[in-house]
Design a protein around this ligand. Structure first.
Ligand code: XMP
Length: 509
């Protein structure tokens, strides 16, 4: 396992991802994690990330000096390299490096880190202080025309010490992956055994140890995360797991059937399907405020789940959640500015006094998809775009009625159908339709119409924190528009949302 100490660099998370791509498990932790705790994790190597600070700045992040005494291989990247240089007796100056972005570096010493890579290569260098003298026992291994020390290393020192003043984790760095692999496999002697099969086997063992013979429940949303979590737990404890699928009536066309089918036909996971749509619609009647809608749905969800869980397994001691690694990383900052009250099963534990089982806690979304495929889940489920907990209620702007939900559902179905046929479904982070609470005038078959517009929203994104509106081909937009107006009664106009996030959010409410 490789620990990435995060000094606040914009690529810190990417480092952990690249290490995992090399099939070595990696976790990102705050730079000020006590050395004792770091040791207790028994890392095979430590990577110190970049960061926005200068090592000489007041309040710049520092680590306990004893960190560098550990007999563990370490790779410092940018800020991490300077910190290593400074702490180990080198000389760092707060002169800004003039070269940054794409740079040509010259490898002057083929020792361990650059082994097997060419003497001249392109690397993505970064702003920062300059290391003017490497610590004793270190050898300078690469330079650029204006930066004499762009990389150094001491492979024999305490398991190995390495530093680079560029970002091996970004794709623009031509041999970045080779450099990382040299660190992982040559310096740290890691084995590339972080594979989907091993992830599943590991998770299964951990769950068995955690849960024993206790009863476990899992709320299914229809998305890939909760479904994958459920499948893994089922593999671990079989019949002691019961899944509850609360259908709040705010799902897309055929979605509820698909969930039931996936679980009913393709696996023998016991599933309780609760049709609570009436209950939710009653509570939502005449509610137009987005936050009020979210709160009502969150609350109703918990109540319904509680009732069902109470009925079937009074002695359930654990609750399965599909928490992902990105949720764990972001949880520190996510609520800093509350833009929307996100509803998922997160509110349940306090209310229900259940311990959590979170088999996906260490995984990124793309890793979950690989695991889901390995578990034999149908492709439609594996590649499902994210869908918000409150469902279509936050896409039907204003009053949520059965009639308006049906209009949106039909328009959304056409949109999905065309996006899939165009082969764009996987590329898009999300694509969906929104039903505003306005009417506009149109003309159809010589007659005046006065009906709803439908807004098409399609975005690309890596993590939903930021998103760009997708440039859908005109002919596809034309087909979508024609079909929605022809096939969905109550709609006479189609508009396209061309707002990125920020300043927009992905959903409309
Ligand atoms: P926004 O609209 O805030 O959405 O840009 C970011 C991502 O989160 C999804 N989303 C939710 N997911 N419960 C969820 O589980 C929610 O209440 C919720 N609200 C938004 C949204 O679809 C997008 O992927």
């Amino acid at each position: 396992m490789i620990l990435v100490l995060d000094f606040g660099g914009q690529y810190s998370q990417l480092i952990a991802r690249r290490v995992r791509e090399a099939r070595v498990f990696s976790e990102m932790i705050p730079y000020d994690t006590p050395v004792e705790e770091i040791l207790a994790r028994e890392p095979e190597g430590i990577i110190l990330s970049g960061g926005p600070n200068s090592v000489y700045e007041a309040g710049a992040p520092r680590v306990e000096e004893t960190l560098f005494d550990l007999d563990v291989p370490m790779l410092g990247i940018c800020y991490g390299m300077q910190l290593m240089a400074l702490s180990m007796g080198g000389h760092v100056e707060a002169v800004q490096i003039r070269e940054y972005g794409r740079s040509r570096i010259e490898v002057t010493e083929q020792k361990l880190l650059f082994a097997g890579t060419p003497d001249e290569q392109v690397a993505w260098t970064s702003h920062g202080d300059a290391v003017l003298a490497a610590p004793d026992g270190f050898q300078v291994t690469a330079r650029t025309p204006s930066v004499p020390i762009i990389a150094f290393e001491a492979p024999e020192l305490r398991g190995g010490r390495f530093g680079v003043q560029f970002h091996p984790e970004v794709r623009h760095t031509e041999y970045g992956m080779d450099i990382l692999k040299n660190f992982l496999f040559e310096a740290c002697e890691c084995k590339p055994d972080w594979t989907p099969v091993n992830i599943i086997t590991d998770a299964v063992e951990k769950i068995q140890a955690q849960v024993g013979d206790a009863k476990v429940i899992c709320g299914l949303s229809g998305g890939v995360d909760s479904a994958t979590a459920a499948m893994i737990v089922h593999r671990a404890i079989g019949g002691n797991l019961t899944c509850v699928f609360v259908d709040h009536g705010l799902l897309r066309q055929n979605e509820a059937e698909q969930v039931v089918e996936t679980f009913g036909k393709e696996s023998d996971v016991p599933l309780i399907h609760v049709d609570a749509s009436g209950r939710f619609l009653d509570k939502l009647a005449n509610v137009t405020d987005p936050e009020a809608k979210r709160k009502i749905i969150g609350e109703e969800f918990i109540r319904t789940f509680e009732v069902e869980a109470g009925k079937l397994a009074e002695d359930a001691k654990f609750l399965v959640q599909g928490t992902l690694y990105s949720d764990v990383i972001e949880s520190g900052t996510r609520d800093a500015a509350k833009i929307k009250s996100h509803h998922n099963v997160g509110g349940l534990p306090e209310v229900m006094d259940l311990d959590l089982v979170e088999p996906l806690r260490n995984l990124f979304k793309d890793e979950v998809r690989v695991v889901a495929a390995e578990l034999g889940m149908p492709e439609r489920m594996v590649w499902r775009q994210p869908f918000p907990g409150p469902g279509l209620a936050i896409r039907v702007i204003g009053d949520v009625t059965a009639e308006r939900l049906e209009i949106l559902r039909r328009a959304d179905f056409v949109l999905q159908d065309e996006i899939r046929s165009a082969g764009l479904y996987r590329e898009l982070w999300q694509s969906f339709a929104v039903l505003p609470a306005i009417h506009s005038v149109g003309v159809m078959g010589d007659a005046r119409t006065y009906a709803y517009p439908v807004v098409i929203r399609a975005v690309t994104s890596d993590d939903a924190m930021t998103a760009d509106w997708a440039r859908l081909p005109y002919d596809l937009l034309e087909r979508i528009s024609n079909r929605i107006i022809n096939e969905v009664p109550g709609v006479n106009r189609v508009a396209l949302d061309i707002t990125s996030k920020p300043p927009g959010t992905i959903e409309w409410e």
